[in-house]
Design a protein. Structure first.
Length: 218
């Protein structure tokens, strides 16, 4: 196994712990019923069970995390499962930049669970804690490396302006080839979808853990 694969596996496991914790303790501090009660293998129907069996073979968190709401739509869940496998384990984008792109979407969406799960993973992948702190504070990160700055500007322009300038695109192409640019765009869009699912399902961080983004903060 290559060092990148070993690191990706460790990061995926750590992220999975964040996912299951956030799901298992949904609605901490409130009496509101979860929109999606946690499913078990015994509860899965004939459409859901084949994917459920695949999930438990590769995920230490079982059917928790984003899989819980996703399994309500098994056909869609299978497609997302396959796409997630590529974007997390086989993407052509360097892991540090891949996690940076995920964090950018987590911050744009103020996604509590997404940030809770991926901020430590980004740091483990080599992103500077100062960059993570600046991004969390809704500031343009300082002290970015040139490739990080190119990724930041690309992701922010595409997400907020719905276009990418020639200058920004040309700067990104100094560091990423065509395949990597497409993969970077795909991982950004994928985690918008994840953020939407989490927001719709009203997922929260575990009890005793501070939510990354406080009410009233930008």
């Amino acid at each position: 196994m290559t060092s990148r694969c070993r690191l990706a596996a460790m990061i995926t496991l750590a992220g999975a712990v964040g996912w299951v914790a956030a799901t298992a303790f949904h609605g901490a501090g409130t009496a509101k019923e979860p929109r999606f009660p946690q499913v078990t293998m015994e509860q899965l129907n004939d459409q859901q069970r084949p994917l459920g069996e695949k999930i438990v073979k590769v995920s230490s968190v079982g059917l928790a995390g984003p899989y819980n709401p996703m399994l309500r739509s098994p056909e869609m869940a299978q497609l997302l499962f396959d796409l997630a496998a590529y974007l997390r384990w086989h993407t052509s984008v360097p892991l540090r930049l891949n996690e940076f792109a995920i964090l950018i979407q987590g911050r744009l969406w103020r996604s509590q669970v997404e940030w809770y799960a991926h901020a430590p993973l980004a740091i483990k992948a080599g992103l500077s804690p100062k960059i993570v702190a600046d991004l969390k504070a809704n500031r343009r990160p300082q002290e970015m490396q040139p490739d990080e700055e190119a990724v930041y500007d690309f992701c922010m322009e595409l997400s907020t302006k719905h276009e990418v300038s020639d200058a920004t695109y040309a700067r990104l192409k100094q560091f990423l080839d065509d395949k990597q640019v497409v993969d970077l765009t795909a991982v950004s869009g994928f985690y918008v979808t994840v953020a939407m699912i989490l927001a719709m399902a009203e997922e929260g961080v575990p009890p005793g853990k501070e939510a990354p983004f406080r009410p009233g903060e930008p």
